[in-house]
Design a protein around this ligand. Sequence first.
Ligand SMILES: [Zn+2]
Length: 486
Amino acid sequence: MKQKHKKNEFESDFENSELDALNEEIDDLKKLSKAERKMLRAAKRKGVDRSTLDPYDQSDKAEFKRYAKKHKATVAIVSITIALLLAIIGTVVAILIIRQQGKPSSANYEVTVGDDKPYTLSYKEANSYGQFYFDLCSIAKYSDLVVSGSERRVKFTCPDGTYVRFVNDSATATVNGDAVKVGGKVKIIPSTEKEEGKCLVPFKFIEKLFSHKADGNSVGMVAKVSSKNKVTIHRISYSNGSQPPISFASECFDYADDMQISSYPNPNIDARTASAICVSKLYLVNKSNPMREEEITTNGLVSLKSLNCPTVDGLEDYDSKDFFDPTAALALIAMINEANKTLEGGDKILVSSAYRSFSYQEGLHEKYIDNYMDEHDVSEEEAREQTLLTSAPAGKSEHHSGLCVDLVESRAAQRELDETFEDTEAFAWLSQNAHKYGFILRYPKDKTDITKYSYEPWHYRFVGVYAATIIYEDNITLEEYLADFE
Ligand SMILES: [Zn+2]
């Protein structure tokens, strides 16, 4: 009953009018929004003298409303900022998780080769382009591989002669002559006085390299990387203790698309065939490697004119001079058409010479000797010697192969093949782009000691996109390219 007594006391202390005013004030307080009440509490926390703010005073009420509005805006900005930050953090975390998947943790690797003591391979060194790389040089000895090559190209040869060859920065390798996909760019680190050279290759490629099977048995080696960052590489031993030899087979790999360039009109050919075709074109015809007369034939060649290839007038009428290798012809036409789009004033690149028969080259060479004798008033012997620098005797001209062409510009007043071709727009374009179509400048200016031919800016040879790109990028000749690996 104590409470009731209190109430009575309370009621008795107030006049009715005062009670009405109080009720009104309570109603006003109720009308304060949640935000206004929050502001009131915030004012209290900040030590603002709340007693100076009178929620029943009209001007103070307006003040409360301003606070409330500001508060709402602040809350909205803070909320949006937090939401954005969370979204960004979430995205970053998601990306990191996705990138981390399938990748070993960032601890170093413990590598065991055969029965040797394990060694540590740093995570940093072993991880490039988001995958695990392994130095094939480090196991060459253990796997009986002979290492050869240069600073940019390394070849590993098995005892049975099968081989794999890598080019620095290239995602294409060659296994027994076939261009195959590596699955990542190879990194070749040349050796220094302090450290041995390295050939860092995606581990998945190395696994495949050694997983070649013969008669249902794995040949040679097993290479594995476990989730605990342990790498083991060991030779296979048969139950009788003998070890099968190491051998490589290109069939284990995806073939590189050697012919797949945008304007290459050869949709019906698969990468395996393309690669094999291009490899079959990689041979030398020069003064040291002549073709026999009976090998020099138009069999298997096609007429460039019949394929609408731009040629000089009448080329097709003369001793099969417009004949060309059918694969190389497709690349040649694509290349010339592309170049001609860019030449100013409607100028055009034309083929002035393609295939040459034995008898044609014989006649041509003798004519050059006669001309030289007439012009320089020298003995036939000396004329013969001098002519050899610019012309090949029958059998020794690359033109016999049906794989090379001499090119001229249509607007040139005379179409003699001379070094002025170097100053043409056509030459500028070919210098930058011919390799993309599988062609190389066969007799460069600074390589005459290797090619044994004078500089010929007009003479281009088809070798396939893969070889042409290496020859172009390394600034080497076909002689050097082939010598490196044969
Ligand atoms: Zn030529």
